[in-house]
Design a protein around this ligand. Structure first.
Ligand code: KG4
Ligand code: ZN
Length: 333
């Protein structure tokens, strides 16, 4: 099946064509970073307007690049939630209208299931079951993944998401939005042991996270060193990153042990972090675990992961109804 994926949950307008849930023929992402950068975060109203401008050209580009003609598309998968309502509605309404015009089935899928399925777009994907750490700007969760469309939540953040902590610390340091890539680049020149920030493990054997304490600790450091912190930015970035990455690594390795899984996956925007990839890789190797991380382009928001998961619903004949709506948060079980 040739599936068109559409993703507009936050500040990226994305479209992709994927065959059989694994073979990515095209993946187009139009970023709004330059629009939101001056505000230090995503402005929802601006995001929706930019999606409206970008959606048609991005979908056209993805279809053209795939080499698949419109009549050969077998279905459409689109992000239904969680995300910004105004942004989601642009992609969701576009997908409904396009499916109706082409007379093909369509399905609304979870953005989080999309991230988990991003590892199936790479060679050598994990066998089921495996454990996955999903770390992004909106979520930090550990899942026991039993199939493409079934995951059991083992733990999640009780306050800020890991990516959100990177973004907020970058804002405190005057580095703009989004913070993850800037902090990780600066951290390369810093000494992670020079300034020690707290590691919040909560219950060390549990799988919940908390990142608001470290954010406050960085803020306090900046205020108590307000005359000299600018010279220490690389060391602050490095010390902060090391603390976050250590906690994430500890929990994902423990989760694999708890579930008796030999395979672990790292997905979501924060999985692009070079130090996180390195630390998890080293720890996984020591414990004899196989690690699966998507390429950098598939860690951040993209539509190929949406097409990849949508395929597993559509091939079973599971479609969405035209009366369905988007959702901002994960519905309570
Ligand atoms: O998955 P994603 O693209 O969007 C959401 O679903 O939220 O994740 C975006 C998040 C942002 O918070 C960004 O700062 C973070 O991922 N991020 C990083 C890196 N690249 C992106 N965090 C740490 N290190 C990076 N290299
Ligand atoms: Zn995401």
């Amino acid at each position: 099946m040739r599936i068109l994926g559409i993703e507009t949950s936050c500040d990226e307008t994305a479209a992709a064509v994927v065959v059989e849930g694994t073979d990515m023929l095209s993946s187009e992402v139009s970023s709004q970073i330059s629009v939101h950068h001056p505000y230090g975060g995503v402005v929802p109203e601006l995001a929706s307007r930019k999606h409206i401008e970008a959606i048609t050209p991005v979908v056209q580009k993805a279809i053209r690049a795939s080499g698949v003609t419109i009549e050969k598309l077998d279905g459409i998968a689109v992000t239904q939630g969680p995300g910004l309502i105004g942004s989601l509605l642009v992609g969701f309404s576009f997908a409904k209208a396009f499916a109706l015009t082409l007379g093909i089935p369509w399905v609304g899928v979870s953005h989080l299931e999309g991230h988990i399925n991003s590892v199936f777009l790479e060679p050598d994907p994990p066998p089921f079951p495996f454990v996955a750490l999903l770390a992004s700007g909106g979520h930090t969760c550990i899942y026991h993944v039993t199939s493409h469309t079934n995951s059991v939540l083992m733990g999640q953040t009780r306050d800020d998401a890991a990516g959100e902590a990177f973004d907020k610390v970058a804002k405190m340091l005057g580095l703009g939005y989004p913070g993850g890539s800037v902090i990780s680049r600066l951290a390369e020149d810093g000494n992670p042991a020079k300034i020690t920030f707290p590691r919040s493990y909560l219950d060390k054997s549990g799988f919940d996270f908390s990142f608001s304490g470290i954010k406050t600790a960085v803020n306090r450091y900046i205020h108590t060193h307000r005359h000299e912190y600018v010279q220490q930015i690389s060391d602050i970035a490095s010390g902060f990153q090391e603390a976050v990455v250590e906690v994430l690594t500890h929990k994902i390795i423990n989760a694999a042990w708890e579930k008796g899984c030999d395979h672990i996956a790292l997905v979501g925007g924060v999985a692009a972090n070079r130090r996180l990839r390195e630390l998890v890789r080293n720890n996984a190797a020591q414990k004899g675990l196989s690690l699966h991380i998507p390429s950098i382009q598939l860690c951040g928001d993209n539509a190929a992961m949406i097409a990849a998961v949508g395929y597993h619903y559509l091939r079973k004949g599971i479609h969405s109804d035209f009366s369905e709506d988007v959702y901002s948060r994960v519905p309570m079980a």
